[in-house]
Design a protein around this ligand. Structure first.
Ligand code: GLU
Length: 571
């Protein structure tokens, strides 16, 4: 591939201010970036550069996604990579067709519902379960990229890996966010395993400083092998053997076998779309709860005139109540639909209009109960709220042909299981399962089962008007993702906010409990009014990483979350 470096914004290498004691990047003022032809919005400038370079030589969004993901794996290793899983929404402009692809990690075939329980059947403590091979699900991201590239790419696969291979060899500067993430993950055993410790820490045991150079020859070798042979070495060759050996940690060993890796498949699934005012909002179906939960919240709000109410306490009250109802159904019913007969009627109009009548504009309902959506099977589940932590990355890409990708990609919590092999980290996605398999004599839908995919909250999203795509968006943030993405969609569609302003709009989050308001922001101005309506408020940092592209008036607009280190750029 010709290297054609497109001049990124002056923002390339943007100095991100990071607080000393957390991984929260302080909001930096940004502006929406507008171009004519193509755009990438992602969590790191090197990754954006790699993607823009591919687009500039005529590559598609699918081609650029390969380059972006491999670079993210290198420069933002704590969040995503080939050791993890991902979901892709792909808009194929030629066919005018939206497809959704599931590259979610899977439990080993031998896993049972007691997988995360001790000898007495008690659930393990969360961090005890995370650290080590036991939490590692069979990774899907590499096969997913190979699949989507095979279907929609026009560039040579091997060329797309080249930027990450060179960068891994020549080295990159550790970003402020990576450095503070290493520092804070040290307390949570990031230095427990030798290969991980050697890579992320200095000889004296302190975290690599921001600005220090890091090379990754092991990762360069891994990518070289994948560049030549595709995903085979990873799923059936030497890397597969190394992964299986690596999950055999002394404490907390995993059960993944070579067969589990060899049998991994990417699944194309039906998009989950709901009409919302003049738009169609489309997302990913199970095993993520993202598309369905967003679809419920938007449908529950569709009879309220949010455009005229505006972003006021009145609107946020309605939003919070709708979120509670949707999260209650999510906890009860949503899981891997290949294993659990989920009710078909979670987006049923009549059902949701009955649920919407539970929203009282004058007072909070407190905690919402799950409803009884129409279903062919008898519904007999127990509620579960397994928390998910905040690793993960989202990127959006539009190419010169009008193809669009919206991809959320993860190794689950920051640095995943802490187990590293061949220069990349392995995920801890299996801790997204419920550790309890039964409650009150009823099975939990999201319990562990052999070959099952853990329930996710990832919400890669696209919005359409008159059948034409107008927005691609998504975010990391564990189970808060659904709130982050849904409310930005509302801000863009209903309040007609500028893209960057919408992304930077302070967060108001509810997962059917207390309402989180984003600390240090104007969201706190809502506190007394929301309390008067009966909401319990919790003020905290809310570290989204929204990366969005809008297509409007024949132009392409990109924005990257000021809370992180990403940028949007194109030509
Ligand atoms: N593991 C989570 C999920 O799949 C994502 C974690 C995160 O966003 O940090 O929903």
């Amino acid at each position: 591939m010709r290297t054609h470096t497109v001049l990124l914004l002056a923002a390339l290498g943007i100095p991100a201010a990071v607080t000393a004691d957390s991984t929260q990047t302080q909001p930096m003022p940004r502006a929406t970036v507008t171009t004519d032809t193509a755009m990438v919005s992602a969590a790191n400038p090197h990754a954006v550069q790699a993607g823009v370079d591919v687009l500039a030589v005529g590559g598609t969004a699918a081609d650029a996604a390969v380059a972006v993901q491999m670079m993210l794996n290198l420069v933002e290793p704590q969040s995503s990579g080939i050791g993890g899983g991902a979901f892709i929404l792909y808009w194929d402009a030629t066919e005018a067709k939206l497809s959704t692809f599931d590259g979610r990690e899977k439990a080993p075939a031998s896993a049972t519902p007691a997988y995360f329980q001790d000898a007495d059947g008690e659930p393990l403590k969360w961090w005890d379960a995370v650290v080590g091979g036991r939490s590692v699900g069979v990774p899907g991201t590499l096969k997913l990229l190979e699949h989507v590239h095979g279907q929609f790419g026009n560039q040579e696969w091997s060329d797309l890996l080249e930027p990450a291979i060179s960068k891994a060899r020549e080295g990159f500067k550790v970003s402020p966010r990576l450095s503070t993430s290493i520092e804070s993950a040290k307390e949570r055993k990031l230095d427990m395993f030798e290969s991980t410790r050697d890579y992320f820490f200095k000889d004296d045991g302190t975290a690599l400083a921001a600005g220090s150079y890091l090379t990754n020859d092991n990762f360069a070798r891994t990518l070289r092998s994948i560049a030549i042979n595709g995903s085979a070495p990873f799923y059936t060759g030497q890397i597969a053997k190394d992964i299986v050996a690596a999950v055999q940690t002394e404490t907390n060993p995993g059960e993944m076998t070579l067969d589990d890796l060899a049998n991994y498949t990417v699944v194309e699934r039906e998009p989950v779309c709901v009409p919302y005012r003049a738009y169609d909002v489309c997302g990913m179906g199970p095993p993520t709860s993202g598309g369905l939960t967003m679809g419920q919240i938007l449908t529950l709000l569709s009879n309220h005139d949010l455009p005229s109410i505006g972003p006021t306490a009145e609107a946020w009250h309605l939003y919070i109540e709708a979120a509670k109802l949707a999260y209650a159904d999510r906890g009860m019913y949503m899981a891997d639909s290949d294993f659990v007969s989920m009710p078909e009627g979670l987006l049923d109009k009549t059902y949701l209009s009955e649920r919407a009548s539970l929203i009282d504009p004058a007072t909070s309902m407190g905690k919402a109960e799950a409803g009884s959506p129409p279903s062919e099977d008898a519904l007999n589940f127990a509620a579960d709220l397994q928390p998910e932590r905040e690793g993960t990355s989202h990127f959006s890409i539009v190419d010169q042909f009008g193809n669009i990708i919206s991809m959320t990609t993860t190794i689950e919590t920051g640095f995943g299981s802490r187990v590293m092999t061949n220069g990349f980290l392995l995920n801890n996605e299996l801790t997204d399962f419920s550790f309890k398999d039964m409650k009150d004599g009823k099975p939990v839908a999201n319990r562990v089962e052999g070959g099952k995919r853990p329930r996710s909250s990832m919400s890669p999203t696209m919005v359409f008007k008159d059948g034409k795509p107008m927005l691609a968006i998504g975010s990391p943030g564990g189970s808060r993702i659904i709130n982050y993405v849904t409310q930005k969609v509302i801000a863009i569609l209903d309040w007609e906010m500028d893209l960057q302003a919408a992304i930077d709009m302070p967060h108001v989050v509810n997962r059917n409990g207390k309402t989180d308001l984003e600390e240090g922001t104007t969201a706190l101005d809502l506190q007394s009014e929301l309390e008067a309506l009966g909401h319990e408020i919790n003020v905290r940092g809310l570290n989204s990483g929204l990366h969005a592209i809008a297509i409007q008036d024949g132009k392409i607009h990109g924005a990257a979350d000021s809370r992180r280190e990403g940028i949007a750029a194109g030509f």
